[in-house]
Design a protein around this ligand. Structure first.
Ligand SMILES: *[C@@H]1O[C@H](CO)[C@@H](O)[C@H](O)[C@H]1NC(C)=O
Ligand SMILES: *[C@@H]1O[C@H](CO)[C@@H](O)[C@H](O)[C@H]1NC(C)=O
Ligand SMILES: *[C@@H]1O[C@H](CO)[C@@H](O)[C@H](O)[C@H]1NC(C)=O
Ligand SMILES: *[C@@H]1O[C@H](CO)[C@@H](O)[C@H](O)[C@H]1NC(C)=O
Ligand SMILES: *[C@@H]1O[C@H](CO)[C@@H](O)[C@H](O)[C@H]1NC(C)=O
Length: 217
């Protein structure tokens, strides 16, 4: 094959991969293990759990909170994303509105699929959670793309006393060095914008004043 045709093939392949990745951004909940494989058929877009109903395949998870490991970059499609981690209580949770981990932003290496995972250590139970060993719950992880579309995965768990949990496999609770994390917070911008407003009003007054003065003179 000539050099030119080789590189044009590379271009075609790269374009194909890029369009594939844009079409199918996805993530995997590694631990506790997800309800099932939601990587196929665009299932992950379905609220609340990527289209998979509650399972009996429950991970024993510590009563005081535990580790959560995510592979964020299966066909990433975007170099950054927001993550939410929530809990629903009971064997078939009526809702997933109990926050475990406040929203944070992850930054990945590129828009292309990337290997690697991140792991949140000892994520606590939601504030005011009232559970005992043997109770069931579901952990929901949401990945929010930059354009606002959300992907969902869930893991079903049973609470156990610390030490009795299903241990996270060796080497799974790591942060790949290719990822970064940012806190997400709100800030009041009213003082800034009212200053701009003030400046503008002043400008308009000065302009009007100038105009009026002009007609008087
Ligand atoms: C239950 O979970 C384990 C661990 O993720 C998995 O290997 C197994 O295939 C699951 N079984 C079913 C029936 O989904
Ligand atoms: C938790 O779920 C399992 C099935 O997944 C069920 O057998 C068990 O009774 C449930 N426990 C409680 C306290 O509801
Ligand atoms: C959510 O579910 C909990 C039980 O886990 C229930 O107490 C609460 O009222 C529900 N909240 C809403 C908004 O439905
Ligand atoms: C937790 O419970 C306390 C006492 O009942 C209550 O004042 C507080 O608002 C609750 N916090 C949340 C986040 O629900
Ligand atoms: C991964 O990074 C997050 C965010 O900085 C941190 O909370 C977590 O503890 C780290 N995980 C490990 C295994 O170091």
């Amino acid at each position: 094959m000539s050099q030119a045709s080789k590189s044009s093939w590379k271009l075609v392949l790269a374009t194909l991969l890029a369009s594939l990745s844009l079409a199918t951004a996805h993530f995997e909940l590694q631990y506790p293990p997800w309800r099932g494989n939601t990587l196929k058929d665009d299932m992950q877009w379905k609220y609340p759990c990527g289209g998979i109903p509650v399972t009996n395949n429950r991970t024993k998870w510590p009563l005081r909170g535990g580790d959560i490991s995510v592979v964020p970059g299966w066909n990433a499609g975007h170099p950054t994303a927001f993550f939410y981690v929530n809990m629903g209580f009971g064997s078939t949770p009526p809702n997933m509105t109990n926050i475990m981990q406040p929203v944070f932003q992850m930054t990945g290496p590129s828009k292309d699929p990337y290997p690697g995972s991140f792991c949140l250590r000892d994520v606590p139970l939601p504030i005011n959670a009232s559970v005992k060993a043997g109770d069931n719950a579901t952990i929901q992880v949401i990945q929010l793309a930059l354009h606002g579309a959300a992907l969902y995965n869930c893991a079903d768990i049973t609470f156990v006393e610390p030490g009795e949990e299903d241990k996270i496999p060796d080497g799974m609770c790591v942060n790949s060095t290719t990822f970064g994390f940012n806190l997400v917070y709100t800030t009041r911008s009213s003082s800034v914008s009212s200053k701009h407003l003030f400046d503008r009003t002043t400008m308009i007054t000065v302009l009007l004043g100038g105009l009026l003065l002009g007609t008087w003179l």
